[in-house]
Design a protein around this ligand. Structure first.
Ligand code: SF4
Length: 311
């Protein structure tokens, strides 16, 4: 029976949250709604699959190194990329950020989306979804959580990997996010995500998680499965071992049947050939063929002297 079948996802995620909290100690400065809508878009683009600290530093560099967002909009990609420093795919992210700023400017002739924070969430999202940056579910969820005051838990591939190993998965990303948002209440959403990110970048890494160091190893589906395999290695191979002799016996039976068939052909009037057994050793062999009938000895030759007398 799966772990999820024995307890609700909500209870399970509450346990996950409590155990992660013991290990990682959430930072006091976490708070939803601390960013403007524009900043939340840039933050979302910077943050996907990198640590919170790296994303915060990148956002700070944009604010410190540029006069305003218009300067970022008109800067060459190489310069925008510098603000992203060591973040992976800095060029791709720089292009997305600049494209968003250009699209925003061409639509609003400005760099503020703050009036949207006064609108109902659905309405605000409808307006925002015309921007290409919002084709990313991660960016959308980040903006909802950080700027629009809604309940959203952005999931990137790192946190998704950790959740899947824990036993929470869905092939569709927005559906997976819905599962979390239903199970984790809004007032704990920001902290839960922060802790989940710590886990995904600390022990639950690619390609091999460091489970012995992880606080969740006693409740994690992946870790429990590996432990069970390690404790019962024979059990893991049991089915394969059971299947092997059956297959071998079938293979062994093939030559035995063939030999018996040949023997029967050579002995048409004889009694039916013996039924071959499952093992080749018991099967009749070619040496069991019926020996050929003995020929009568040839008549003795007449002595040469006697030939004239016969005439
Ligand atoms: S126990 Fe291992 S697989 Fe499970 S969450 Fe921790 S590090 Fe990841």
């Amino acid at each position: 029976m799966s772990l999820m079948a024995t307890q609700s996802k909500s209870q399970f995620l509450t346990d996950v949250h409590a155990q992660l909290k013991r290990r990682y100690k959430p930072k006091p400065d976490r708070s939803a709604g601390r960013l403007s809508v524009l900043e939340a878009v840039v933050y979302g683009i910077c943050h996907e699959d990198v640590t919170r600290e790296q994303a915060n530093q990148a956002l700070s560099r944009f604010k410190d190194q540029y006069f305003d967002w218009n300067e970022v909009r008109v800067s060459p990609i190489a310069e925008v990329q510098e603000a992203l420093a060591d973040i992976p795919d800095a060029q791709g992210r720089a292009e997305r950020i600049r494209r968003f700023l250009r699209q925003l400017f061409s639509k609003t002739y400005g760099f503020s989306l703050e009036p949207l924070t006064k609108k109902p969430l659905k309405e605000a999202l409808k307006v925002l979804h015309v921007y290409e940056a919002f084709s990313s579910d991660y960016v959308t969820a980040t903006v909802i959580q950080q700027a629009l005051g809604g309940h959203a838990i952005p999931i990137d591939s790192a946190t998704r990997r950790a959740l899947e190993r824990l036993g929470i998965s869905d092939s569709d990303l927005p559906s997976l996010r819905s599962i979390l948002e239903r199970a984790v209440p809004k007032n704990r959403g920001v902290e839960f995500l922060e802790l989940l990110e710590e886990l995904a970048h600390d022990t639950c890494v690619e390609p091999c998680p460091d489970c012995p160091r992880c606080e969740l190893r006693k409740i994690c589906a992946y870790a429990l499965e590996r432990k069970s395999e390690a404790n019962h290695p024979a059990q893991a191979n049991q089915s394969a071992v059971k299947a092997a002799p059956t297959k071998a016996a079938a293979e062994a039976e093939k030559p035995a049947k063939k030999i018996a068939k040949e023997a029967a052909k050579e002995r048409p009037s004889a009694a039916p050939a013996p039924t071959p057994t499952a093992t080749p050793a018991a099967a009749p062999t070619p040496t069991a063929k019926k020996p050929p009938a003995k020929q009568p000895p040839p008549p003795p030759k007449s002595p040469p002297g006697k030939r004239g007398t016969d005439k």
